[in-house]
Write a protein that binds this ligand. Structure first.
Ligand SMILES: [Zn+2]
Length: 326
């Protein structure tokens, strides 16, 4: 056993001795120790280790994030998981960062070894965060996550945006009623967001009624943000050709009109070439492809009631379905 491991074990043994904890606690600590060894976590300073691993507490008013109000996300110092949104942070004047809610599923509550309080740990790596208290009446949610600053990192909204653009590409497809195209595209791993909207027409900010009138020339389409390291444009384009019928002209299933025509709006030459290659493959297999390949122009998101239509209704598309074509 190397000295580092011995030191870690010593710390844990000391910790266990001081707090007189029972058998389950010992198991928990052993599990934690295993996690430390098995997973790639951020390296911790001795003080961070004292709080995060050994469940210590930083002095009140001493932490970096007691009074911060910037927009962003608080993440786990140890594993980087997103834990709290700045929107849920409030002033409790208790000397530690306070939140009245966590990001869904990010924080686990466990009975504290003191037998009275409820400890909160990172659901991903088990890092000690602090304690949660209820019924104090600070905010409408009546909950205070009292978190050690040292257990957290802060990622500002600007940093998040910069990070997102690095790993995000866009694609625009029109394959009939956007509800159905959005429904299937959202199920594809690597797709970060799908927005239903209008593009390819003459007017600015068209309404659904204007688009349906057929006078503006807009087409119902979806704008997809995706992570190219997870899913390629070619995979998305193939999926597009397989979730609608690319041989139908100016309609898709029961929806008839120019706003329902099949179009790939390419954002760059690479997307154009991939699309034309796939259309060539379909034609070689006997499909009379009606899909147009057009340069992308301004995309206007549709009204809110058109977004996530089927998921909100709890139903499935009536005009789209998956058919293997490649
Ligand atoms: Zn964590």
């Amino acid at each position: 056993m190397n000295t580092l491991k011995t030191a870690k074990l010593l710390i844990i043994v000391m910790f266990l001795g001081v707090y007189q904890t029972g058998c389950s606690q010992t198991k928990q600590e052993n599990k934690l120790e295993k996690q430390v060894e098995n997973m790639q976590y951020n390296e911790l300073t001795p003080f961070e280790e004292y709080v995060i691993i050994n469940k210590g507490t930083e002095r009140p008013w001493s932490g970096e994030y007691v009074n911060t109000k910037d927009d962003g996300t608080y993440t786990c110092k140890r594993c980087g998981a997103e834990l709290y949104k700045s929107d849920d942070k409030f002033d409790s004047h208790c000397g530690w960062p306070s939140f009245d809610d966590e990001i869904d599923g990010a924080v686990k509550r466990v009975p504290d070894a003191d037998g009275m309080r409820t400890e909160i740990v990172c659901a991903n790596c088990g890092a000690h965060l602090g304690h949660v208290f209820e019924g104090e009446g600070f905010t409408a949610k009546n909950t205070r996550h009292c978190v050690n600053s040292v257990s957290l990192n802060f990622v500002s909204e600007e940093q998040q945006k910069a990070e997102k653009t690095k790993t995000t590409s866009k694609a625009i497809f029109a394959g009939g009623c956007f509800w159905g195209v959005e429904y299937y595209m959202e199920k594809q791993p690597g797709v970060k967001s799908v927005v239903s909207g209008y593009t390819g027409g003459k007017t600015k900010n068209p309404s659904y009624e204007e688009v349906c009138s057929g006078r503006t020339g807009h087409i119902e389409a979806v704008e997809i943000e995706y992570d190219p390291s997870v899913v390629s444009y070619e995979e998305l384009a193939k999926l597009f050709f397989e979730i609608h019928d690319p041989t139908q002209v100016n309609r898709q299933g029961p929806d008839v009109g120019e706003q329902y025509q099949s179009v790939v709006f390419y954002m760059n030459d690479e997307q154009k070439e991939i699309t034309e290659k796939l259309i060539g493959q379909l034609e070689a297999n006997g499909y009379k492809v009606a899909t147009k390949v057009l340069k992308a122009s301004t995309f206007y998101p549709a009204e809110a009631y058109h977004q996530d239509y089927y998921d909100r209704k709890g139903s499935t598309p009536y005009c789209h379905g998956y058919t293997k074509r490649f």
